[in-house]
Design a protein around this ligand. Structure first.
Ligand SMILES: [Zn+2]
Length: 188
């Protein structure tokens, strides 16, 4: 009797574990060397703001290790399309690490700091939401910080959040699927 009960417990535990094992097992197509770790941004349509987007890329490259930004060149994919118009700066996030960002002259004309805008919008592509704290120390406070704010670097918590999102052994498909159900729009 006792043996039979113990056997049933083992079967039950195995039943619980099997789905976990199935999820954890690497699939044949998940090449750990093919991780999305470098995101390519295209400045060919950035107009007069190219230097600001380059600075945004440098800011992030100096702030995090798990993901890198590099200018698109011939033969590389485009992860981040960069555009400019007379509207408000914004980011359309298709998936983690992929989307379209706009530098908007409306905010620039109001005096908001261009490198901070660009770094903020890239922050959305890297998975950060808006947090309108009004604090200049927070990159993702965006336009809730005063126009005089010249901080264009993510704070420690924002850096850690990006590191966490791009950490581990996520294959490209997993990175794309993480946290997004369709294109989301975020503004500065
Ligand atoms: Zn924003």
């Amino acid at each position: 009797m006792l043996v039979r009960k113990a056997a049933r417990v083992v079967v039950t535990v195995l039943g619980l574990l099997l789905p976990l094992v199935a999820v954890a097992a690497p699939s044949a197509s998940a090449d750990p060397q093919a991780l999305v770790r470098t995101l390519y941004y295209d400045v060919s349509q950035a107009q007069e703001f190219t230097a600001d987007w380059d600075r945004a890329a440098t800011n992030w490259n100096n702030s995090v290790a798990n993901v890198k930004l590099a200018r698109k060149t011939t033969g590389t994919p485009t992860n981040i399309r960069i555009l400019a118009d007379n509207g408000w700066p914004r980011a359309y996030v298709d998936s983690l690490g992929n989307g379209t960002v706009y530098m908007g002259r409306q905010a620039v004309d109001q005096g908001y700091y261009r490198p901070r805008i660009a770094t903020h919008e890239i922050g959305h592509i890297l998975g950060l939401p808006d947090r309108r704290t009004g604090l200049c120390a927070d990159l993702m406070s965006g336009s809730s910080a005063p126009t005089s704010c010249r901080n264009d670097l993510p704070n420690a918590a924002e850096r850690a959040e990006v590191e966490r999102r791009f950490a581990g052994q996520l294959a490209a498909a997993d990175v794309r699927a993480a946290g997004y159900a369709g294109t989301e729009c975020f503004v500065y």
